[in-house]
Design a protein around this ligand. Structure first.
Ligand code: FPP
Length: 236
């Protein structure tokens, strides 16, 4: 009898390599992002179908604003057009979409799109996709500290009640810890992504560029996850 695969509760993906995928084909970097977004739509639905409860993806980091205006604009337009359509498909499949990141300096139409998608999918129960947009792990922890200081000063919380569980509730989204981080394209870095949530995650760095990281590549990743022995700081 084949053994049942363990399915991680929370999977995170750093969708790296769109640019390299495009330039290796003589295309513009923007075409790589287009291909990446098409892949995300198929892959996200597949991953949730496998029983993963939460999928977090790094769509745009706070540092990505350093890229050319053309590339930033392309990504933002992709979000307000293509991703908005994808969100309707997610909604039909009972998938909830949430966002993590800072609003400033996102465009007003991007913020409005995030609000609409959040509202549309808020009651869905068949899995969650967390889109990290204008997101930075250090920025998130800074924002948590600022909110906790404010709420402590106003008497909403007491210093003695500040612990890991409370901090989790002050993050952009109150999600389970990440079990499995996949960064495509071979770079072995976490690049300021979900630093608090990654504490005990298993890390996996396939060489494949994100637009080519398809459902079969995810199946392979699941096998890798199943071969890992997780101890959470304890002994075997
Ligand atoms: C990193 O590849 C990828 C990004 C900065 C953008 C990721 C965005 C998508 C997959 C598009 C879909 C998402 C939404 C919600 C619009 P890179 O450009 O750094 O690639 P490189 O390292 O090869 O240059």
């Amino acid at each position: 009898m084949t053994e049942q695969l363990k399915i991680p509760t929370h999977v995170a993906i750093i969708m790296d390599g769109n640019g390299r995928w495009a330039t290796s084909r003589g295309l513009s970097r923007s075409m790589g992002h287009k291909a990446g977004s098409e892949n995300l739509e198929k892959l996200a639905r597949y991953i949730i179908k496998q029983g993963v409860k939460v999928l977090s993806v790094y769509a745009f980091s706070t540092e990505n604003f350093k890229r050319s205006d053309e590339e930033v604009d392309y990504l933002m337009n992709l979000f307000t057009t293509r991703f908005k359509k994808d969100a309707k498909k997610y909604n039909k499949e009972n998938i909830k979409v949430v966002f993590s990141g800072r609003d400033y300096p996102l465009r007003a139409d991007v913020i409005k799109t995030m609000q609409e998608i959040t509202e549309l999918t808020k009651n869905n129960t068949g899995g969650t996709i967390n889109i990290c947009l204008n997101y930075g792990g250090q920025a998130e922890i800074t924002d948590v500290v600022l909110k906790i200081v404010k709420d402590t000063k106003s008497g909403l919380i007491e210093e003695k009640n500040i612990n890991e569980k409370l901090i989790n509730k002050y993050l952009y989204q109150d999600l389970p810890p990440i079990d499995f981080l996949i960064r495509t394209s071979g770079e072995k870095r976490v690049s300021n992504f979900m630093l608090w949530q990654l504490s005990y995650a298993e890390l996996y760095f396939p060489e494949i560029h994100f637009p080519d990281f398809n459902n079969k590549a995810f199946d392979d990743a699941l096998l890798v996850f199943n071969r890992r022995e997780r101890r959470f700081g304890g002994v075997k």
